[in-house]
Write a protein that binds this ligand. Sequence first.
Ligand SMILES: [Zn+2]
Ligand SMILES: [Zn+2]
Length: 271
Amino acid sequence: MAVTQNPASNGTNAAVPPPTPQPRAVVCPYCGHVSGDTARCARCSGRFDPLSRQATQNAMGPWSFIDPMVPTRAGCSYETLRRLVERGIVRRDTVVRGPSTRQFWMLATRVPGVAHLLGVCHNCQAGTTTDDYACGTCGAVFEVDKDRQHLGVGPIRLIAGQAPAEQVVASMGGVLLEQEPSPVAPTTPAPVVAPQPTPAAPAGAKMSSPNRDSAARKRLAQHHAARARQRAMYVVLTAVLVLAGGAAMFVMGRLAGSNEPPTESSPAESP
Ligand SMILES: [Zn+2]
Ligand SMILES: [Zn+2]
């Protein structure tokens, strides 16, 4: 606790400026702990001076790991995480998250870009070295985005109940387009985002009125109809091309056959 100095309490000098308030405790900028020590955090031991703050900023980034001693530790950069692995602070059984996990917590030996620093492939768990670019067994690449400003979170895909049905379907359109090459694409995403009033999502049933549902279904039906028309066009075009080819072959064959007696056909063309 800071020593309280209050010269004005003597009552002899009115020109003395009022005392600046001294904090009794501060919130640690690194771990959020309310520290009674105003120079250094009682929990994470971080110092509060400007140089220490800058040093922490330099090490910050989108990677985090569970540290039971300091559960609210700030995220770090990839380079910092690599050093923590080298120092044995992040180990194989440490739980880590970062851009390669889309910020979901995972065991370090399953995290792309981190597992190989611990000697295993994140994909097949085969042995690796820290210098490997890819797994020699399964071919998984160990390279990750090292931009310290990049969180790596996935794109927003609306789900039923979070938005009006039109927006959900529009969001689903992105999923459909991405999966277009697959012949089962129209049926695959249906159970995930279809705004059906299932008992599991009463809020969704409340938010999506019957009108909105029918409009959404109409748009989905139009989408499928357009694709069906496209397929039909391809079939018709292919049939026309095959027929034209067959006709051409037939005519060529006839011409070749009639080349032997040229006296019959050529006079007819030039009388
Ligand atoms: Zn702290
Ligand atoms: Zn592998």
